[in-house]
Design a protein around this ligand. Structure first.
Ligand code: XMP
Length: 502
């Protein structure tokens, strides 16, 4: 169904008629009459057909941006992290598992210990797999529940050569399969138990409730988290094409991955379309986002092949050199607008990937037609991003590099695949340092704050209204200069603004 004509259509048509394609600095949203208080707006949106967001911010599938630590934090703040693919399928699966097991409503397949395993073996497994929890139901060789190992059991065990059956707590409080979270909470409070194993009529272990998670869900302290129907944090993962996609998917599906992205520099390609169709044939329930593209015809081809979300952005990224090296591309705001017209017709969410520099670029991207934004450099350098802090010239930095940079491609098949190269390495990105930014929650608070303010100025009380009410003005370079602070020597940048060169 064709969408109704919007205010911004006239603006973009005019620009197209004079041959102008635009990016973030070229435009700002027009202000309008408002009754909307920024603090009251709803930021709920969609990343893909079935994957909701509480805030429309997604972290880039890059090896200097998203591994489990950042994915956990961003999902707790309402967004979504996409685990990169410069990892083996096994490593990537483990990263996803660490997000999925971070919190739980009902754990359907708890990680167990066998009664004949030594404590040292269990501790080793815990460390190797990166589990952060300490509670292990203990089963015998027939799979029957015989005890439980708790944090106390590990803490008070001074001989790790002992077997689980010698250390575990044997007096178990259990519940039957099928009890709901409220009933589980009541039992745990009454019995003062931090874990409640669920068993079937033959004493087989069929689930586990953990008190901290159950309490968080019951008391509503996780209402802003982006969690799935089982109470686990949502997370996505990048995959390649053909064999790589299948190898990763087989593992990721077992960890209940929420969404995958066929992550390539050129999404409108035979390999992406064939891989997409293959995935949708075998896993019709799994949301698959495809990208990256910048033309509306590409969006239509991918949607017709079954894409549940479209990712737009070829070359706008802070570390990208694609447009310079290959001579292709479309400035990001125009690319998002053109693709969004197709996505809207088919009701498929669009993610604007790359090129954002300030919080004000978020309402611009969404007003243009995106349902969410993907960020690399704006999240790189946070405490939760992979990598160590580096000290240079008296300041703290962290590494940030393009997935198509020489360093990333030299060492990683995932990067080579993204850029469709085998041996001849022609980089499409750079590597470098970004200032250390501190904790993600403080950074996102500012980004989300900027988005809310933008919505207040436009008079949009939710993301859909922002997409519908948005109208734009073209800014000349004089207009851009006027928008930044001027005629002052800035002695201290505020937390949401960096002066050029800072
Ligand atoms: P920002 O601007 O947020 O962009 O840092 C992040 C996005 O850039 C893309 N990306 C690349 N594009 N060469 C490119 O042309 C690269 O080496 C590269 N690495 C990442 C990617 O879409 C990411 O989300």
């Amino acid at each position: 169904m064709p969408r109704m004509s919007l205010l911004k259509d006239e603006f973009f048509n005019k620009m197209e008629n004079i041959g102008l394609a635009l990016t973030f600095d070229d435009v700002r949203l027009k202000t309008g009459y408002t009754e909307v208080m920024p603090e009251e707006v709803s930021l709920e949106s969609l990343f893909s057909r079935n994957i909701p967001l509480k805030i429309p911010i997604v972290s880039a599938a890059m090896d200097t941006v998203t591994e489990h630590e950042l994915a956990i934090e961003i999902a707790k703040l309402g967004g979504l992290g996409i685990i990169h693919k410069n990892l083996t399928p096994e490593e990537q699966k483990n990263e996803v598992a660490r997000v999925k097991y971070h919190l739980n409503g009902l754990i359907e397949k708890p990680i167990c210990a066998n009664e004949n395993e030594k404590i040292e073996e269990i501790l080793k497994k815990r460390e190797e797999r990166g589990y952060t929890f300490h509670t292990f139901p203990v089963i015998n060789s027939e799979g029957k529940l015989v005890g439980i190992l708790t944090e106390n059991d590990f803490d008070f065990c001074n001989n790790t050569e002992l077997y689980a059956k010698e250390v575990m707590t044997r007096q178990l409080i259990t519940a039957h399969q099928g009890i709901n979270i409220q009933e589980a909470y009541k039992i745990m409070v009454k019995e003062k138990k931090k874990a409640l194993p669920l068993i079937d009529k033959d004493s087989n272990l069929v689930g586990l409730y953990v008190f901290s998670d159950v309490k968080r869900i019951i008391t509503g302290s996780s209402k802003n988290y982006n969690i799935d129907t089982k109470g686990q944090l949502r997370v996505g993962a990048a995959i390649g094409v053909y064999d790589d996609a299948i190898a990763r998917l087989e593992k990721l599906i077992k960890e209940h991955i929420d969404v995958v992205i066929i992550d390539t520099a050129h999404g409108d390609s035979k390999s992406v379309i064939e891989t997409l169709k293959e995935i949708k044939k075998f896993y019709p329930e799994l949301d698959v986002v495809t990208g990256n593209i910048s033309e509306p015809e590409s969006a239509e081809r991918l949607i017709k092949a079954g894409a549940d979300g479209i990712k737009v952005g070829q070359g706008p990224g802070s570390i990208c050199t694609t447009r310079i090296i290959a001579g292709i591309g479309c400035p990001q705001v125009t690319a998002v607008y053109n693709c969004s017209k197709i996505c809207d017709e088919y009701n498929i969410p669009l993610c604007a990937d790359g090129g954002l520099r300030y919080s004000g670029d978020i309402p611009v991207a969404i007003g243009t037609g995106a349902n969410s934004v993907m960020m690399g450099s704006m999240l790189a350098g946070t405490k939760e991003a992979p990598g160590e802090i580096v000290f240079l010239e008296g300041r703290q930095w962290k590494s940030y590099r393009g997935m198509g940079s020489l360093a990333a491609m030299t060492t990683n098949r995932g990067s080579r695949e993204r850029y469709g190269v085998k041996k001849e390495l022609v980089p499409e990105g750079v590597e470098g340092l970004v200032p250390y930014k501190g904790e993600l929650k403080d950074i996102l608070f500012q980004y989300v704050g900027g988005l809310k303010k933008g919505m207040g100025y436009v008079g949009a009380k939710n993301i859909n209204e922002l997409r519908e009410k948005a109208d734009f003005l073209y800014f000349s370079s004089a207009g851009q200069r006027e928008s930044h602070p001027h005629d002052i020597l800035i002695t201290k940048d505020p937390p949401n603004y960096k002066s050029e060169g800072a």
